[in-house]
Design a protein around this ligand. Structure first.
Ligand SMILES: [Zn+2]
Length: 992
């Protein structure tokens, strides 16, 4: 049925347009088919016979596997029909629902005997997974009686479509084959097929394919048919890369899978991808760097699976490779994540093409169907290896969990301590990730002293007081490998990897590292944590599953002056945003204060009755509803008098907020992931209305008072730039992120006063002076009394900054240095930054913030530009402090090279472009690879800047603050910018 109406003819290498046959509906239907010359006729399963009762894909959706990419609905249709037709071999499980409402399924395929005892199988794996629950004597017979569980997952990147079509081919074969070999395979195994991990992304791309379908085949991989257009199909609804989300668990697709994988504990976990259309096929094992917490023995298994897979590809005379670029340092890849818990995680990467196939340099055409076939070959090869080694892999799985629990092992003497915070929402969300991952979490019921502890800056602390309420995560637990991978502060690359990376950077100017080199969860969340070199401290109690603190209205609510929501909690920003959207007048506290004897943090949100006299509705009810929605407390206060010098409500420290009218730019050229992360943040951390803008041309920008330009290339014409300038001048708050700031900060843009480092290498002294002024402004150092109160003025004045080794080298030399340092910029490392805790942008933030930094622009701020957060946490040097790692970032060769004769007294060498204030040391690298060259370049540069421009303001972020939806510390700063910007940084219009 539904055979092609369109014939495609191929003559040798020349493709000629379709000779349209005079049939009923020709030539209207643009329906791809396997045209002669493109047809790939190889049988995926030669000679297989199938049960007649299981309908074929073609009979269900109108086309055979490989003729085109099936949509999510078509895939669902197949899964439902096949599992209904073969209830003796299958079970269909829905494990999640995407943002766009598409269900995510996996299918369990196994023998009838196994199917009747799935719960028993899961329970058996769970016992093996927790060595505390069974003895070695019990483990062996249990393993003898368990089938091997394998999980094959496909198409997490929506535009790598061949994966899900291959899953259909494998599924149909396993479900429908009348073949003793398949029956035997299913007796020894429970096969879980997870065909489509990203249905929203896939359907977005399937639609792009349909949009570009023509009457002739298109085999040019540059064509839109194959390439798609912005934002393509890789990400989910919010354009996140789900193949980085496994450690953060931000999205429903990931969260559903994590829960199910933890329920099944598979021995094999395949994650099938697509790569460049002219590539071949990649599979295991990966190359170095491998994360040091990957279980022992995993490499050997990975090699065995790889060898068998290679043999299967050899039998088909196919080309493939392993290693090369695929490394496994970052633990948030889907297959990598599964590996920490005892599965053999395997990545496939197949040349990615759309339905017509792609011309290869050698002249042949790689068809879509052939591309699918490669995934099928790999999948079946891996299942065969699993089948042959099931018992040994169960041993490996059990041993992995035993090793994590080894009382003499590397995890036995290590506990991660996460200190309590008033930012309840953030701590709860952090706890939620740990619990999602199945980690065992405890809590300290009372304060205790840790004899030794390491903080996030790498400092070793003695006799550290650990407060009551601290979360304690012992590394020694069954999932200890993943606990370590996610919470360990600072894993180091092996020396050989560093050598190779260095060589590659110098020879090719490129990094070999595939993802961020740091991801530590406490640092991403901006939560203070310690590593204790001990097991779980005595008296620790299992953390209660959920805190049952009543929220909503609190205090004397009968006749209040107003309500306060504490600014320490991130959701106070959401509360302000939602209340303003409901028409409520809101204020925010610039300083911490005390009303009615209760302390509130700066950034607290206030709703007063007097401000809301014209409010149409029940104010108390609106406040209560908002607080309840956000699980926040709204405390009724009866007096606005702060004791002593603490702020009073009627003074200047409680400015009224201006409701944000927000728009976010999203269009070709911008980084779709940062656009998506910003959008996700607005939807899920604020929950307010906003607009998404395409082009800047011709828009009426006066509808908005906040504009966000995500990271990426934001190219605008001079007219558009002029329009933006006028808009800011009239009172707008313009927020630009990382790459998007480039067009605004250049001298020639005549806009922001911030400059990229390379532009100011000839006048660094003014930027250096700004750093000193800022630092002294914060410390409040006062000249000695004898000088200050002297009645005579004389020479010999001592400047408060240290004697620096002379002026900066000339611009030419600085340019040469900067070019050299730029080569070594990080690929994503966590840097400690210092925070101006008097600035409204930093509400909710302590004195230090960790930010993830990559090869982003280096922002220079002086002369009317505020830099509330800069790279490098400055601390007063303590005597007896052990040397911390960041001190090696001090220049050695450079300072001696420039050393001037005769100036040997008390000179302070510069760290990069700036000297350090006397008596301080800078902590910079927290986690990940930061070459000393990059440290020199980044130290003291601004991470966020704010400057007035006309009646409005410009706020620039050096790196994406909402990165992966997981950088919760930095995210708070952009939330403050968006919601408080119009009220605090821009002039508020009074409407006459
Ligand atoms: Zn991929």
């Amino acid at each position: 049925m539904m055979r092609s109406k369109l014939c495609r003819a191929g003559l040798g290498l020349v493709l000629i347009p379709a000779a349209v046959q005079a049939q009923s509906q020709a030539p209207a239907a643009l329906k791809p088919t396997e045209a002669p010359g493109l047809a790939y006729t190889a049988d995926f399963f030669p000679g297989a016979a199938y049960r007649p009762g299981v309908p074929t894909q073609e009979s269900l959706v109108g086309f055979a596997c490989g003729q085109r990419a099936a949509s999510a609905a078509e895939i669902e249709q197949c899964l439902k029909a096949w599992t209904a037709a073969a209830p003796d071999r299958t079970r269909l499980v829905q494990y999640a629902r995407s943002y766009e409402g598409r269900p995510l399924y996996y299918v369990v395929v196994t023998s009838p005997r196994n199917l009747s005892r799935l719960e028993e199988i899961q329970a058996g794996y769970a016992r093996l997974g927790d060595p505390r629950k069974l003895s070695a004597a019990e483990a062996s017979p249990l393993m003898d009686n368990l089938p091997a569980v394998g999980w094959l997952a496909y198409n997490i990147h929506g535009d790598e479509t061949e994966g899900a079509d291959a899953a259909l081919a494998v599924l149909y074969h396993l479900i429908a084959a009348q073949d003793p070999k398949v029956e035997k395979l299913l007796e020894g195994m429970v096969v879980i097929i997870d065909p489509l991990m990203n249905p929203d992304g896939r359907d977005r791309f399937v639609k792009m394919i349909a949009e570009h379908r023509g009457v002739s085949p298109n085999v040019d991989d540059q064509s839109l048919l194959h390439a798609g257009y912005w934002p393509r199909g890789r990400g989910n609804h919010y354009l996140f890369d789900l193949n980085r989300d496994s450690i953060y668990g931000v999205h429903p697709e990931t969260r559903g899978r994590i829960r199910e994988v933890l329920r099944w504990n598979p021995l094999l976990f395949v994650d099938a991808h697509g790569m460049g259309p002219q590539a071949t096929h990649l599979f295991s094992p990966p190359r170095q760097p491998l994360n040091p917490n990957l279980p022992q023995g995993r490499e050997r298994w990975s090699e065995l699976f790889g060898r068998d897979q290679a043999a299967a590809f050899d039998r088909h005379q196919l080309l493939y490779y392993n290693g090369e670029w695929n490394e496994e340092w970052y633990p948030g890849y889907t297959d990598g994540w599964a590996s920490y818990n005892g599965a053999i995680g395997i990545l496939y990467e197949q040349a990615r093409i759309a339905e017509d196939g792609v011309r290869r340099p050698e002249g042949r055409i790689l068809s879509y169907r052939e591309s699918i076939h490669h995934h099928v070959i790999g999948s079946m090869a891996n299942l065969a290896t699993l089948q042959a080694n099931g018992r040994q892999l169960l041993d490996y799985f059990h041993a992995t969990r035993r090793n994590a629990m080894d009382p003499t092992g590397p995890y036995a003497q290590r506990t991660f301590a996460i200190l309590p915070t008033a930012n309840r929402t953030r701590l709860n969300d952090f706890l939620d990730v740990l619990q999602l991952q199945g980690f065992e979490v405890f809590q300290a019921p009372s304060e205790f002293t840790a004899a030794l502890a390491t903080d996030q800056l790498g400092r070793e602390l003695k006799n550290k007081t650990v407060p009551a309420g601290t979360l304690l995560v012992p590394n020694r637990q069954p999932l200890g490998h993943l606990v370590a991978a996610m919470l360990e502060f600072d894993p180091h690359f092996p020396a050989k990897v560093l050598e190779e990376e260095r060589r590659e950077l110098l020879n090719k100017g490129k990094s070999r590292i595939y993802d961020t080199t740091a991801w530590n969860l406490t640092m991403m969340f901006g939560l203070e944590a310690l590593t204790l070199p001990t097991g779980l401290p005595d008296g620790a109690r299992p953390h209660p599953p959920a805190e049952l603190v009543p929220r909503g209205l609190q205090g004397k609510t009968e006749a209040p002056l107003g309500f306060v929501m504490d600014g320490a909690d991130d959701r106070s920003v959401s509360a302000a945003a939602r209340l303003m959207e409901r028409g409520v007048q809101v204020r925010v506290a610039e300083k911490s204060f005390r009303f009615d004897g209760q302390d509130f943090a700066r950034g607290s949100v206030l709703i007063t009755l007097i401000d809301n006299r014209t409010f149409q509705g029940d104010l108390k009810q609106s406040v209560a509803q908002t607080a309840a929605e956000l699980n926040l407390a709204a405390v009724a206060v009866s007096s606005g008098l702060g004791p002593g010098e603490l702020p009073d409500l009627g003074g200047s420290h409680f400015p009224r907020l201006e409701p944000p009218r927000l728009a976010l730019f999203g269009r070709d050229g911008l980084n779709s992931q940062d656009y998506g992360a910003s959008w996700f943040m607005i939807d899920h951390h604020l929950g307010i209305r906003h607009s998404h803008l395409g082009e800047a041309e011709g828009l009426d920008l006066s509808r908005y008072n906040v504009l966000i330009i995500p990271d990426g290339r934001f190219t605008v014409s001079s007219n558009q730039l002029g329009a933006l300038r006028e808009w800011v001048r009239a009172g707008g708050t313009l927020i630009a992120v990382a790459g998007a700031s480039t067009g605004l900060i250049s001298e020639k843009s005549d806009f922001s006063k911030v400059r990229p480092l390379p532009e100011v290498l000839g006048r660094l002294a003014e930027y250096e002076a700004a750093i000193f002024r800022e630092w002294l402004g914060r410390t409040g150092t006062v000249p000695a009394p004898e000088g200050l109160w002297a009645h005579t003025a004389g020479p010999g004045f001592q400047y408060p900054w240290p004697s620096i080794e002379g002026p900066h080298p000339e611009e030419k030399e600085m340019k040469r240095r900067d070019a050299w340092q730029t080569l070594f910029m990080p690929q994503g490392a966590l840097l400690a930054s210092r925070v101006d805790t008097n600035h409204w942008l930093t509400f909710g933030c302590g004195e230090m913030l960790s930010v993830l930094v990559g090869p982003h622009p280096v922002l220079m701020a002086a002369d009317g530009v505020e830099a509330p957060i800069r790279y490098g946490h400055l601390a007063l040097k303590e005597k007896n402090t052990n040397a911390v790692e960041t001190t090696e970032a001090r220049p050695k060769t450079e300072s001696t090279a420039d050393k001037r004769e005769g100036e040997k007294k008390k000179e302070t060498p510069r760290l990069g472009w700036c000297a350090l204030p006397e008596g301080t040391e800078m902590h910079l690298r927290m986690s990940g690879l930061v070459w000393p060259e990059a440290a020199q370049r980044l130290a003291n540069a601004a991470w966020v800047t704010r400057e007035a421009f006309g009646r409005g303001q410009i706020i620039l972020f050096a790196t994406p603050p909402a990165f992966r939806g997981a950088a919760r510390g930095p995210m708070r700063i952009i939330l403050n910018a968006v919601i408080y910007g119009p009220g605090l940084g821009a002039a508020q219009p009074v409407r006459p």
